[in-house]
Write a protein that binds this ligand. Structure first.
Ligand SMILES: *Cc1c(COP(=O)(O)O)cnc(C)c1O
Length: 356
């Protein structure tokens, strides 16, 4: 192992890469990790000892607050490679800003921008071979922060660990996504943590999602917690409706996460001259629109799958099938996003961020 320090981040390289053992044609999303990971600890009031070291297990006290109170936040972002071997991140500054917005809500100290970007550059340098070129291939990046102070008293931790893991991914085909509109359970509420990428937001969705699965739906479209009359988001994705030729999506706020894919889709749609309507979307109007044929598409947007077309939705024991089409907005947006991500076209909004 060789150890070097550049600026702040100490690097301990693997003695031998595991890359030859990886079957890149048969990856299961989020289960394979690259050679290196980043780790930085917060104690005595500051983030210290930023280190990149071989991917591997941690030793943490079982009394660490993250295990008891879920004080944890995360991000999801991707690196892409073009056909000439150049690597890019997609809008990483937005992910960086957002993890600190989430951290603030969870009383986790803000992480410094210079360390984040230095770590990211060094990781990309070291594990560049793990980013495969070709549409659909990417390196999924998972930054996260957890409360590590040992002690089960219910108060914010005074120690944290910030980490970044890298996981090679293939095209994430969600297939035929059938969703159900939430009528009973809620994902988030006014004044809550719905806008944050807080670990517990996901944990709390698993049970209602299992119930939906038993009824043949893969995902839930969450509605507002007070009335269940407004469609908000899918919980891992934001959600768009196309009624006639207008693209409609709910505004972000306390309850709806400000997705980077969502805001990219809105920009691209605008650029394409598509009318966008950002406003509360009622269950009633969407049911009426599917009945009169004006509802053309529903799709989700998120980093993992980019765009997930939805084929049907369930509401009040009815299932409504969406029309099939080969002139979908969702296909156009996905293509436009991928052309930017894989450096196949212009980058009019300056979203590509070169990392070697
Ligand atoms: C991460 C996430 C999204 C999607 O955000 P992207 O930045 O587009 O990946 C949507 N909703 C929730 C609740 C999320 O956690």
């Amino acid at each position: 192992m060789s150890i070097s320090t550049k600026h702040n981040v100490t690097v301990e390289k693997v003695s031998k890469s595991r890359i030859d053992e990886i079957d890149f044609d048969n990856l299961v999303f989020g289960t394979t990790f690259s050679d290196h990971m980043f780790e930085c600890d917060y104690k005595d009031g500051s983030w210290q000892n930023p280190t990149i070291r071989p991917y591997g297990p941690l030793t943490i006290s079982p009394a660490a607050k993250v295990f008891h109170y879920g004080q944890a936040v995360f991000e999801g972002m991707k690196a892409f490679k073009d056909d000439n071997g150049n690597a890019f991140l997609f809008r990483p500054k937005d992910n960086f800003k957002r993890i600190n917005i989430s951290a603030k809500r969870m009383a986790i100290p803000e992480f410094p921008e210079e360390i984040f970007f230095e770590a990211m550059h060094r990781l990309m340098e070291l594990d560049k071979a793990w980013i495969r070129p070709g549409f659909g291939n990417s390196l999924y990046i998972r930054p996260f922060a957890i409360a590590t102070q040992a002690g089960v008293s219910a108060a914010p931790s005074d120690q944290y660990k910030f980490m970044i893991l890298l996981s090679p991914a293939q095209a994430y085909y969600t297939g035929d996504v059938r969703v159900v509109f939430a009528e009973k359970f809620s994902r988030s509420a006014n004044g809550g943590v719905g806008y944050a990428k807080a670990a517990g937001n996901y944990g709390a969705q698993f049970y209602p999602t299992n119930l939906a699965r038993e009824k043949g739906f893969q995902q839930i479209i969450w509605t507002d917690a007070n009335t269940h009359e407004y469609l908000e988001e899918a919980g891992t994705m934001n959600i768009f409706f196309r009624v006639n030729d207008t693209l409609i999506t709910a505004p972000t706020g306390d309850r709806i996460l400000d997705g980077i894919t969502r805001k990219s889709v809105l920009k691209i749609a605008e650029h394409m001259g598509i009318t966008c309507d950002v406003r509360p979307v009622s269950v009633k109007e969407i049911v009426a629109a599917v009945k009169d044929g004006s509802l053309k598409e529903i799709f989700g947007s998120g980093t993992a799958a980019i765009i997930s077309p939805i084929s049907a939705f369930g509401y009040q024991e009815e299932v409504y099938e969406l029309p099939k089409s080969n002139t979908r907005y969702s296909d156009r947006f996905k293509q436009a996003l991928m052309e930017i991500q894989y450096n196949k076209g212009e980058d009019p909004f300056d979203w590509r961020y070169p990392v070697g």
